[in-house]
Design a protein. Structure first.
Length: 157
């Protein structure tokens, strides 16, 4: 039986559209604690101060609160993380036994160094020298905010 009032012909389709849209937001976009490929989003203390958490393949991405209360977009390769994932001033970092692990620090060195890892508080890598040779290098991870390769040696910058 068609609606008897003209305003019902307008309101019923609008109401159905709104209900459908809400259903899509609530149910259609919910992946729970799963990434795009069904991977489990890792737990960690970062969840208390980060939002927009997602997993793209092995890359954990989130916006995390800094010490000043602003937000910073950060990401972390979860394959290099064995311990807790935490928010350190807006950066996603791995830690275990109160030491820094995994979560490669930012810097231009990543373009010219290989076999990069953080172990026992040291950033270690094989870095290309200016003469195209290679040099094993290491530097304390807390020495710099950002790192660069200076003729095969890791340094601040």
């Amino acid at each position: 039986m068609p609606p008897s009032h003209p305003w019902l012909r307008v309101l019923v389709p609008i109401g159905l559209s709104v209900a459908f849209a809400l259903g899509c937001v609530v149910y259609g976009n919910d992946r729970g604690d799963r990434g795009y490929q069904g991977e489990a989003i890792p737990g960690g203390s970062y969840r208390a101060s980060c939002e927009g958490i997602r997993l793209d393949a092995y890359r954990l991405k989130a916006s995390c609160r800094t010490e000043r209360g602003t937000w910073r977009r950060s990401s972390l390769d979860v394959r290099v993380c064995d311990g807790d994932i935490e928010n350190q001033n807006g950066y996603l970092r791995c830690s275990q036994d109160d030491r820094y692990y995994g979560g490669l620090p930012p810097g231009s060195y990543l373009r010219s160094c290989t076999n990069v890892k953080v172990r026992r508080g040291q950033l270690e890598a094989d870095c290309r020298r200016d003469d195209h040779g290679w040099l094993q290098s290491r530097i304390p991870v807390n020495a710099c905010q950002r790192f660069k390769n200076r003729d095969g040696r890791l340094g601040c910058g």
